[in-house]
Design a protein around this ligand. Structure first.
Ligand SMILES: [Zn+2]
Length: 343
C-alpha cells in the first residue's frame, strides 16, 4: 500500500477519508487539452494524488498563454516545449509518487479510444466543440464518465456525464453553435479566474467520482460568471429520456466515425490553422532542416520543428502534423503545407 501521509489534510475531509484517498492513488485519468483548463486540472489532480494522469495536448507554449496556463513559465518557452511535455516535467517535481504520461498529439477519431480506454475518468480541457463532441462519442461508446468544461471571457460552463445514466453533451447541445454565434478568445478574451474556477469545479467532480461519492456529483449544467457572480443551474433530469439524442438513443457516433471531422482546424484567436495528415509518418527533422536551408530560418528539438518562411510560421511535429501561423483559411493552409512539407 502506498504511503498516503502527504495527503493528510485531504483525507481528513470526511467525504474522502483514508479509503477515498487509497482509491485516488489507484485511479487513472486522461486529461484532454492542457491549456487554461487542463493545467489547473492536472495540477490539482496530481497534488491530490491521482495515481496515473495521461495528458494529451497537440500544442506548444506561447507567451500569451502564461497569463492563465498555470503550469508553464518563460523557461518552457525558451526550451520550445510542447505543453504536454512541459506539464509532465512540472508535475514530476510536484508529486514524484504518481505516474504521468505526456502525449503530444492531436486528438481525433483515429486515436481517441486508445487515449481513454484504460482511464477511469476523462476530463475536458479542450477549447472547441468538435473535440468535445468527439470525446462525448468515445466516452459514451466505451462507457467512460467524463467532465465537460468550457470558458470564454469571464464565464464558464461545466457538466458531469455518466454514460447510460445522465444526459450526454449531445442531449444538451444537438450540434455545435454556428461560428458567428459563438464568441471566441479572439472576440471575448479570457480572464484567468474564470478558467481556474471552472477547472476547479471539474476537478471537484473528479474527486467525488474517483473517491466513490457518485451520489454527490452535480446533476445540472452549471453556468458561472466570475465577473458578475451570476450562476445558473440548468436541470438535466429526464432530458436523456426526453430527447432523441443521436449518441445515447440512436447509437450514432458521427464524430467518432469521422463523417463530421476535418483534417484542418482553425485555432481560436491565433490566426493559425492546424493541418493533420491522414497517414502515419515519422519525419526526419535533420533532413527537413536541409530543405529549408536557403529559404527560411529553421530550428528544431526532438519534439518539434519550427521554420519561418514566406511570412508564415510553421510548427511541425514528428508525425507530420503542422500548425501554420499567418493564415486562418484552411484551404490556404493546406496549399502552403503541400508546397513546403509535401503530401
Ligand atoms: Zn445523449
Amino acid at each position: 500500500m502506498t504511503d498516503i501521509s502527504r495527503y493528510h489534510r485531504q483525507y481528513l475531509f470526511q467525504k474522502i477519508g483514508e479509503a477515498g484517498q487509497q482509491r485516488l492513488v489507484s485511479s487513472r485519468v486522461t486529461v484532454i487539452g492542457c491549456g487554461a483548463l487542463g493545467t489547473v486540472l492536472v495540477n490539482t489532480l496530481a497534488r491530490a494524488g491521482v495515481g496515473f494522469i495521461r495528458i494529451v495536448d497537440r500544442d506548444f507554449i506561447e507567451f500569451n498563454n502564461l497569463q492563465r496556463q498555470v503550469l508553464f513559465d518563460e523557461d518552457d518557452i525558451k526550451e520550445n516545449l510542447p505543453k504536454a511535455v512541459a506539464a509532465e516535467r512540472k508535475i514530476k517535481k510536484i508529486n514524484s509518487q504518481i505516474q504521468v504520461e505526456a502525449i503530444v498529439s492531436d486528438v481525433n477519431f483515429t486515436n481517441i479510444e486508445g487515449f481513454i480506454k484504460d482511464a477511469d475518468l476523462v476530463l475536458d480541457g479542450t477549447d472547441n466543440f468538435e473535440t468535445r463532441f468527439l470525446i462525448n462519442d468515445a466516452c459514451v461508446k466505451l462507457a467512460k464518465p467524463w467532465i465537460y468544461g468550457a470558458v470564454i471571457g469571464s464565464h464558464g460552463l461545466t457538466m458531469s456525464i455518466i454514460p447510460g445514466k445522465t444526459a450526454c453533451l449531445r442531449c444538451v447541445f444537438e450540434s455545435a453553435p454556428p461560428p458567428e454565434m459563438t464568441p471566441t478568445c479572439d472576440t471575448a478574451g479570457i480572464i484567468a479566474p474564470a478558467s481556474m474556477i471552472i477547472a476547479s469545479l471539474e476537478a471537484t467532480e473528479a474527486l467525488k467520482f474517483l473517491t466513490g461519492n457518485i451520489q454527490d456529483l452535480n446533476s445540472t449544467l452549471y453556468s458561472y460568471d466570475v465577473w458578475t457572480r451570476k450562476s445558473q443551474s440548468f436541470k438535466l433530469e429526464g432530458l436523456r429520456d426526453a430527447t432523441d439524442c443521436p449518441v445515447c438513443k440512436q447509437g450514432k457516433f458521427e464524430f467518432l466515425s469521422a463523417t463530421l471531422s476535418t483534417s484542418t482546424t482553425s485555432l481560436c484567436g491565433r490566426n493559425a490553422v492546424q493541418v493533420t495528415r491522414p497517414d502515419k509518418i515519422k519525419l526526419d527533422f535533420k533532413q527537413l532542416a536541409s530543405r529549408f536551408e536557403k529559404i527560411g530560418e529553421a530550428k528544431y528539438n526532438p519534439f518539434m520543428f519550427q521554420v519561418k518562411v514566406d511570412g508564415y510560421e510553421f510548427t511541425i511535429f514528428p508525425d507530420g502534423r503542422a500548425i501554420i501561423k499567418g493564415t486562418d483559411d484552411p484551404a490556404q493552409a493546406k496549399t502552403i503545407y503541400a508546397k513546403y512539407i509535401g503530401v
